[in-house]
Design a binder for this molecule. Structure first.
Ligand SMILES: [Zn+2]
Length: 220
C-alpha cells in the first residue's frame, strides 16, 4: 500500500463527507466514513465535522483497530466499521444521522419493501434497537442487522450503509433515506403496503434476465 494510494483514499473519504452533509444526512460532528484498502482501514477521526473534512481528518488503522498512521483518534463507532470489513467483502462504510431513517425508527419496527429498488439493499430492513453510540452492544446489533443487507436503520440514531466503494456506500445510504421518506409520506394516510413475495420474485427474475443492478438474496 503506497502512501499515495492512502492519501487518495483519505481525500475520497473527505469528499464523501462533504456529499453526506450536502444531502443533509449529517449535522455538525455527526456521522463517520471509512474505506478498506488491503488490510488497512482509512476512517474519519472522532469529532470531525464532515461538511468541511479534509484528508487530514482521516486516520488509518489495521483490522484490529491498531493505529497505522495519523495521530487522530478514530471515530467512536470504529467497531461497526471494522466488524463490517472482518465479516464481509465490503470496501466502504458510511454512517449518517439521516432524519428520515430516524423518523421511521420512531414509528416502525422494520422498513418493509416499499419499492423494488429496495432489493439493492437486500430487501426488508429490520430496525436495530437503541443502544448508546460507540458501544459494543450497538456495534454487535448493527452487524447482525447488516448480514445479507447493504444498509441498516439504527433506532433513535441514524443509518449505516456498506458498499463495494465509497460511491456505492454513499448511494446506498441515499437510497435508504429515499425509501424511508416514501414510507413516511404514506404512513399518515394508511399503513404502507409492502411488495408481496410474488411481486419481488418477479422483479428478481427480470433483474437477472436484464442484468439490472445487483440482486442480493431476499432472506426476510
Ligand atoms: Zn452516530
Amino acid at each position: 500500500m503506497s502512501d499515495t494510494d492512502l492519501e487518495e483514499v483519505r481525500e475520497a473519504i473527505a469528499r464523501t463527507g462533504h456529499q453526506l452533509a450536502a444531502h443533509n444526512l449529517v449535522l455538525g460532528t455527526a456521522g463517520n466514513i471509512s474505506a478498506r484498502i488491503g488490510d488497512l482501514v482509512a476512517v474519519t477521526a472522532t469529532g470531525v465535522t464532515l461538511a468541511d473534512a479534509t484528508a487530514r481528518d482521516v486516520t488509518v488503522v489495521d483490522l484490529s483497530g491498531n493505529q497505522h498512521s495519523g495521530r487522530l483518534r478514530p471515530t467512536s463507532e470504529l467497531e461497526i466499521h471494522l466488524g463490517v470489513y472482518r465479516s464481509s467483502d465490503a470496501r466502504a462504510v458510511v454512517h449518517a444521522h439521516s432524519p428520515g431513517a430516524v423518523s421511521l425508527s420512531l414509528i416502525a419496527e422494520e422498513l418493509p419493501v416499499v419499492h423494488y429498488q429496495q432489493l439493492l439493499l437486500g430487501g426488508a430492513l429490520p430496525i436495530v434497537p437503541f443502544a448508546p453510540f460507540g458501544t459494543e452492544e450497538l456495534a454487535s446489533a448493527t452487524l447482525t442487522a447488516l448480514q445479507h443487507k447493504k444498509a441498516a436503520i439504527l433506532a433513535h440514531h441514524g443509518s449505516v450503509a456498506v458498499g463495494a466503494s465509497l460511491d456505492a456506500a454513499l448511494d446506498n445510504v441515499l437510497l435508504l433515506e429515499w425509501l424511508c421518506r416514501i414510507y413516511l409520506d404514506a404512513a399518515p394516510i394508511a399503513r404502507p403496503a409492502p411488495l408481496t413475495d410474488t411481486q419481488l420474485q418477479a422483479v428478481i427474475e427480470v433483474a437477472i434476465r436484464t442484468g439490472y443492478g445487483s440482486t442480493p438474496a431476499i432472506d426476510s
